[in-house]
Design a binder for this molecule. Structure first.
Ligand SMILES: *[C@@H]1O[C@H](CO)[C@@H](O)[C@H](O)[C@H]1NC(C)=O
Ligand SMILES: *[C@@H]1O[C@H](CO)[C@@H](O)[C@H](O)[C@H]1NC(C)=O
Length: 468
């Protein structure tokens, strides 16, 4: 039984918890439910294709309705990658895997925030697109839009009129990383929909199985097939995605064959070594933690612990305590490690330390550093995210490159977007042209949203335990 006293203070519920595992998490000053709501609005603002009648983003409409494959296949839908308008399968898939993982781990957080419907919609929006892109068993579109053509344009997605070529991988031009990550995503999505939409869940699982076979039988790096991707989202290895996909398929099916394959890949690709980070190009920490959860084997439990202990104790930090891994996506990196270490904590590995660490990282982003880094949330949030659509005035006013350089707040509020973040000295510039600080991407919000859901889940657990 946990000892708690609850009292009102400045209109907020403040919990004072004595000697409880989750005390630090429970006492956060920030409304995690609100952050979940906003982050889902960010994903909604990134939608491509025909928008449904319940679209909540007033400044967005239908766009890129002509997106087609090389044989005329319908490739409309999905999400724009960032402030630009390429649809990029590799990071869209890793985003989806993380959102799905966070959703089925912490569904209570979404439900109590009234966000379950929106979270399911956000995940399905991506999965529907992956299914369209998977045009035959060994053929997967991985990119629509050319970065060079796209980057010559600044404006609204509704006004796009350049040609948008589509690029794919197939048996002759394989991409085990892209196919593997998409398989992982669809396996994780199948878990999300298992109860609420069993037909859809099994459809996702069938595609996941085929994609994993494709990834496994035809080995290669996707950026050798989809050359334009290398400059932006290079993948340097595919062993992590193969292991990740097999692990997710094992989780979704309980078929021991997938676990055998995952463990085989893990050995073969030497995934035992402690990584430094967890992001789209390096999933090893996620693999270790997922395998720890699935098998409870000391080998994986120890690897997960080594990663999180290193991150908590020795990873470089800014003076205000933010994990600092890279100048691109600084906050994304910190949120990703917060999320996977929350998952490690759920597996029983140093739970109080990792949860406290995760809470500190996320709360830094929400205001502890002296400002918010989430558009539309909290104190002094970013006003000039590097994001073309939200930099445009309201239609029918025209929009072009002058909107890029305008020294004014983005006219449209890109609610919920987590920006790239500060430098190693906690310094940040809210200037649209400074994309190192102000870029926003699908990928930046994913581990963040899932970590916020995890923290909210822990708060709800404290409430439950106190009621019991
Ligand atoms: C937190 O945000 C949610 C969603 O916007 C809202 O319904 C709720 O009232 C907020 N809670 C507090 C304590 O402000
Ligand atoms: C695209 O739009 C621009 C600006 O409205 C126009 O000048 C150009 O001709 C259009 N290009 C095509 C291919 O329609």
């Amino acid at each position: 039984m946990k000892k708690t006293s609850i009292f009102q203070m400045r209109g907020c519920l403040v919990l004072v918890l004595v000697a409880t595992l989750n005390s630090v998490v429970a006492s956060s000053d920030y409304n995690y439910s609100r952050v979940l709501e906003l982050s889902l609005l960010f994903y909604e603002a990134q939608r491509s294709g025909q928008l449904p009648p319940d679209n909540r983003i007033s400044w967005r409409g239908d766009s890129a309705l002509g997106d087609r494959g090389q044989n005329g296949e319908d490739l409309t839908g999905g999400y724009y990658d960032a402030g630009d308008f390429v649809k990029f399968g590799f990071t869209m898939a890793s985003t989806t895997t993380l959102l799905a993982w966070g959703y089925f781990s912490y569904r209570d957080a979404y439900e109590s925030a009234g966000q379950a419907k929106y979270a399911l919609d956000a995940i399905k929006w991506a999965a529907d697109y992956f299914i369209k892109c998977h045009v035959s068993p060994n053929e997967l579109y991985g990119q629509v839009g050319d970065f060079n053509l796209d980057h010559a344009f600044w404006g609204r997605p509704e006004d796009l009129n350049m040609s948008r070529p589509a690029y794919k991988i197939d048996a002759q031009h394989p991409g085990s990383d892209l196919a593997g990550e998409t398989a992982a995503a669809l396996a994780a999505v199948s878990l999300v929909f298992r109860d609420v939409n069993p037909g859809y869940s099994s459809k996702c699982l069938d595609h996941a199985k085929q994609l994993y076979r494709f990834a496994s039988q035809f080995r290669g790096l996707y950026h050798e097939a989809i050359k334009g991707a290398a400059q932006y989202y290079e993948s340097t290895d595919y062993g992590d995605e193969l292991t990740w996909a097999a692990s997710w398929l094992y989780r979704a099916t309980d078929d021991p064959q997938y676990l055998d394959e995952a463990e085989h890949h893990y050995m073969k690709f030497r995934l035992k070594e402690r990584p430094n980070e967890f992001f789209y190009n390096k999933k090893v920490a996620g693999v270790q933690i997922l395998l720890a959860q699935l098998t409870r084997q000391p080998e994986y439990m120890e690897a997960a612990q080594a990663f999180c202990d290193f991150t908590v104790n020795y990873q470089k930090k800014t003076p205000k305590g933010l994990v600092y891994i890279d100048k691109f996506g600084t906050l994304c990196h910190a949120a990703n490690v917060a999320f996977v270490c929350l998952q490690a904590a759920d597996a029983g590995i140093s739970p109080s330390r990792y949860r406290e660490f995760a809470r500190r990282q996320i709360d830094y982003m929400l205001g502890d550093s002296g400002r918010s880094f989430v558009v539309g949330f909290g104190y002094n949030y970013p006003r000039q995210p590097h994001h073309a659509a939200s930099s445009c005035p309201t239609r029918p006013a025209p929009c072009g490159w002058d909107a890029f350089g305008w020294p004014r707040d983005n006219p449209q509020l890109l609610q919920g977007a987590l920006v790239s973040g500060p430098d190693e000295n906690d310094h940040y510039m809210d200037n649209r042209e400074e994309y190192v600080y102000n870029e926003v991407t699908l990928d930046y919000n994913a581990g963040f949203q899932s970590a916020v859901a995890g923290l909210r889940h822990l708060q709800l657990e404290v409430f439950e335990n106190n009621r019991a």
